[in-house]
Design a protein around this ligand. Structure first.
Ligand SMILES: Nc1nc2c(c(=O)[nH]1)N[C@H]1C(S)=C(S)[C@@H](COP(=O)(O)O)O[C@H]1N2
Ligand SMILES: [Mo]
Length: 529
């Protein structure tokens, strides 16, 4: 049995008899339609953006102290996906409440949906790729569709009179079953549409130029010699150079900024003789060089994957600083990204100017323009420093200041102000579990940028032996290491430690990543059968 015909604003009389559960279900499905529509529009309408990502971005930008750590701890490195899932779930929960309200007074629910739209609109204004008119249209259509759906579903909801007084036989009532099926189908299709839209939007943000459009480097590094990379002969070992699509990614951006090189500029200001603004072509006119540098994230746990080695091509940072003329009072360099991104990195000028290393503004990663996720069109690469105090992606600004004058983004959130990369080593294979008896290679990587790695030792059941190292590319890069092990049946414990170029052995005592990087020897348990 069905209720009265659909109206856009169902009156009190028509729905006061709708069960709360049904009303909540309709509210959830209607909210899913609004979200799904907005995410689809984000992908197809120029100037529109993901409202879900925009709201999540506001949460990240407000950075309630410890919230990022909490989310990372709960969901591992999928923290970005998790945050968006939370935004969607909270929205759906509010939608359930709005559905219940709608039964009593549809205008209240309508006001709630409009408030949602306004919230999404306001959040999206923080995305520099978003355009206010497009986002307003997007939010309006999404809210309208959500309300239409709510009205349509509620008009088809069974009345309580169709159930027993306690509602227990409700789910066997065919009218109710068809209502719930319809509501579920609407909600699920909306979520699928939304997911499709969201992935379309992410996929559309790819590098808009090819390597051929960039000048060739005047100073190049020799190609990696055949046989220098031990990975092809050691299954499970990380390659010497990590392909771009496999490279770890860490940043505070839910949506990757898409930067237009025709309007992009790099501004150098602060304690400089001549404030300078370089265009893309002016930057590219400077001499280009290449170097391999291993970069690492301070959040990397012992044994973790937030480290990678790539060939970077770009200009010497010191050439760019010379153009502006750095004053001797400048003790800190701050890198800032394009507007809309709250990140900043502050590094000591003493580190930047030390002639033993060559900090750079990179425009290519492994012979490709920087992928958008890794900072297109330009980023800082400072050998030896953790990414959060150096490797600014989507670079737009270099400010010269004093060490006391400014704290980079992560410093007030409990991370160290000065953060050289600690000496670390990792076992890639075997990662634990069980292996068959016989000759088993134990292999991994070790890094101490930019002190270099001179020795890697592996302890098998407490007995140390030297590992064979890949030929180091430079002190700024990691090395691969391999030990051939005659595995005997039983339980074994394997640990690894590296020695850096200063002769210091990697610290055994373990520490959490905060505030200045994880310490400790990576250790795995292996069962040999
Ligand atoms: N603009 C911007 N740059 C950034 C970050 C960021 O959040 N925003 N994160 C930094 C951190 S914490 C690290 S570890 C490196 C990671 O670089 P990758 O994503 O290319 O591996 O980028 C750094 N550069
Ligand atoms: Mo990081």
């Amino acid at each position: 049995m069905s209720t009265s015909a659909s109206t856009l604003s169902p009156g009190v009389s028509a729905h006061s008899s709708t069960s709360r559960v049904d009303a909540a279900a309709a509210g959830v499905a209607a909210t899913a339609v609004a979200l799904g529509a907005s995410e689809l529009i984000a992908a197809v309408l120029p100037g529109a953006t993901s409202l879900v990502a925009a709201v999540g971005q506001v949460v990240i930008d407000l950075q309630p102290s410890g919230a990022k750590d909490l989310v990372v701890a709960l969901f591992g490195t999928n923290d970005k996906v998790a945050l968006e899932v939370v935004v969607v779930l909270v929205s759906l929960a509010f939608g359930a409440v709005l559905g219940i309200l709608a039964v009593r007074r549809f205008a209240l629910a309508a006001a709630g949906f409009v408030a949602f739209g306004v919230l999404g609109f306001a959040a999206a204004l923080g995305d520099p790729q978003a355009n206010a008119a497009s986002v307003a249209a997007q939010a309006t259509v999404a809210v309208g569709l959500g309300l239409q759906t709510l009205s349509w579903l509620l008009a088809r909801a069974p009345v309580v009179g169709a159930m027993d007084a306690d509602g227990t036989v409700a789910s066997s009532d065919p009218a109710r079953r068809s209502f719930l099926l319809r509501t579920g189908a609407v909600g699920l299709s909306a979520l699928v549409v939304g997911l499709g839209g969201r992935s379309l939007l992410a996929g559309s943000r790819t590098a808009p130029i090819t390597a051929g459009e960039l000048p060739v480097a005047s100073e190049t590094v020799p190609p990696i010699a055949a046989g220098a990379d031990l990975a092809p002969t050691t299954p499970g070992l990380t390659p010497l150079v990590v392909p771009n699509q496999d490279f770890y990614r860490i940043d505070t951006a839910l949506l990757v900024p898409s930067v237009d090189i025709t309007t992009w500029t790099l501004r150098i200001h602060g304690l400089v003789e001549r404030e300078t603004t370089l265009t893309w072509n002016e930057l590219l006119a400077l001499p280009m060089f290449e170097q391999y540098v291993t970069i690492a994230c301070v959040s990397n746990e012992v044994g973790g994957g937030l480290v990678g080695n790539a060939k970077w091509t770009g200009v010497r940072l010191r050439n760019v600083l010379e153009i502006a003329g750095v004053m001797s009072a400048a003790t800190q360099l701050v890198g800032r990204p394009v507007s809309g991104d709250v990140f900043s990195a502050g590094m000591p000028m003493a580190w930047v100017m030390d002639p033993s290393r060559e900090p750079m503004i990179a425009v290519q990663m492994n012979d490709e323009p920087l992928p958008p996720a890794h900072g297109f069109p330009a980023r800082l690469i400072i050998p030896g420093l953790y990414g959060y105090v150096s490797a600014t992606k989507w670079l737009a600004e270099l400010e010269l200041t004093t060490l006391e004058g400014f704290d980079g983004y992560w410093v007030p959130l409990g991370w160290a102000k000065e953060a050289p990369i600690l000496t670390q080593s990792r076992i890639d294979t075997p990662r634990g579990g069980s292996v068959g008896a016989g000759r088993v290679p134990i292999a991994g990587i070790a890094w101490a940028p930019d002190r270099g790695v001179t020795r890697v030792e592996v302890a098998i059941d407490g007995e140390w032996r030297d590992a064979e190292l890949s030929a180091p590319i430079s002190d700024a890069t990691w090395v691969q290491w391999v030990v051939a092990w005659d595995a005997t049946p039983g339980q074994h414990t394997v640990s690894v430690r590296a020695t850096d170029g200063t002769g210091a052995v990697q610290e055994e005592r373990s520490s959490r990543p905060a505030p200045d990087g994880a310490r400790g020897w990576h250790t795995v348990s292996i069962t040999v059968s």
